[in-house]
Design a protein around this ligand. Structure first.
Ligand SMILES: Cc1ncc(COP(=O)(O)O)c(C=O)c1O
Length: 377
């Protein structure tokens, strides 16, 4: 692919990311400070998929462990989506990626994601670099790692020995780790010009509105002393309100996939967040919960600036026990229905609902609910 021939006009037109330009040197000059802020992660991936279609990329390689919203934009552009087996870090298995890349008849988009902000193995970094050299497009979904990399600037440190940027396009949905109703960043390596955005409309305002309602419902839920009972159905009314708000927010996001700019409410909220401080708070909250876990529970990303991810042969009963207390997995990635039956899928992974502003007591109660699920009935 000859990306150098394309115009850089839209890069110049990108507005600065509120709050993101204040930290850390960016040796490549194309990191988040130059990002475009769109309405959602799905919209950012739609921009990627549209770029792919316009440049004759008709295949997307995705880690088999992904959320459906990561695949949908590629399906919608009529691209072939191929799952690639993942390793213990829930990222591409390097050998499987090597084979999948070699099996591609033409250039492919390769969507990589540091799930739970886990680091990338050198082998995977090498495979991604090799794929780029072969002319494939590497896209990083940094939704889970955008805060952790403020503290541990991977992949920039790996790039120190490699003058190339670590991916061709990076995107990140913001609402998973930041207290904002919606929004996503997308940034591209020089020479990649994205489609222009349409103007915001009523559907985008609905996304922001339902996102704000979800933040309020989360706040109300966390403000009250949960976890007093383990009886199913005993959760207080704020719990049902939270679930309804979650479903509404997701439905509003699904209703507007064509890319538009993020709205002023989101940009203002973003500008007020001290990102490095928020990242440290996430790390502390994650560490606190993980340090309380014992027995058949393996934390995957202890101390990362992301919600904790665990693996356990008891993950189903842990999930039930937490749900009985009204704690819901912040990341619920079900097995994609289109995966073949023999494809490996990490059934035992669970994310835990811990947030930076949680109390010590909440962590203790969650850990107690997890421990209770390990005891045979
Ligand atoms: C890793 C990842 N990427 C992208 C998305 C989509 O982002 P959004 O919900 O902002 O559309 C999600 C979740 O929703 C996600 O978990």
């Amino acid at each position: 692919m000859d990306r150098s021939a394309q115009s850089h006009d839209s890069m110049a037109a990108m507005e600065p990311v509120p709050g993101a330009s204040s930290h850390g040197a960016d040796p490549h000059g194309w990191h988040w400070p130059a990002a475009l802020t769109v309405c959602s992660g799905r919209q950012a991936l739609s921009l990627v998929a549209r770029w792919c279609r316009a440049h004759a990329i008709t295949t997307a390689l995705l880690p088999a462990y992904h959320c459906e919203t990561m695949a949908t934009p590629f399906w919608l552009e009529a691209m072939a989506v191929r799952p690639v087996a993942v390793d213990g870090r829930l990222q591409f298995d390097p050998a499987a990626l090597h084979s999948a890349v070699d099996a591609c008849a033409g250039p492919a988009a390769i969507l990589t994601c540091r799930v739970g902000a886990m680091t990338v193995t050198e082998e995977l970094a090498q495979e991604l670099s090799r794929a780029r050299q072969l002319g494939h497009l590497v896209v990083e979904d940094a939704t889970h790692s955008l805060l952790d990399e403020l503290i541990d600037p991977f992949p920039l440190d790996l790039a120190a020995s490699n003058p190339e940027p670590p991916a061709d396009i990076r995107i990140a949905s913001l609402r998973k780790l930041l207290p904002v109703p919606d929004g996503a960043w997308i940034t591209t390596a020089p020479g990649i010009t994205l489609d222009p955005l349409r103007s915001r409309g009523a559907q985008d305002e609905a996304v922001t509105r339902t996102g704000l309602e979800l933040l309020e419902a989360q706040h109300a839920w966390r403000a009250q002393p949960i976890i007093s009972s383990t009886e199913p159905g005993s959760a207080p009314p704020e719990c049902a309100a939270l679930l309804t708000a979650m479903a509404r927010a997701d439905a509003a996001l699904d209703a507007t996939l064509s890319p538009a700019p993020a709205g002023p409410v989101t940009l203002t909220m973003l500008a007020r967040i001290d990102l490095p401080r928020w990242a440290l708070a996430w790390r502390r909250a994650n560490s606190r919960l993980c340090s309380l876990l014992a027995g058949d529970v393996r934390p995957l990303n202890a101390g990362r600036a992301c919600f904790p991810l665990i693996r356990s042969t008891h993950s189903t009963s842990i999930d039930k026990s937490l749900a009985a207390h009204g704690a819901f997995a912040p990341q619920y990635w079900s097995r994609p229905s289109w995966l073949s039956e023999d494809a490996d899928w990490p059934e035992d992974v669970l994310s835990i609902d811990v947030a930076p502003d949680d109390t010590e007591q909440r962590a203790v109660t969650l850990a107690t609910a997890i421990a209770a699920a390990l005891v045979p009935a």
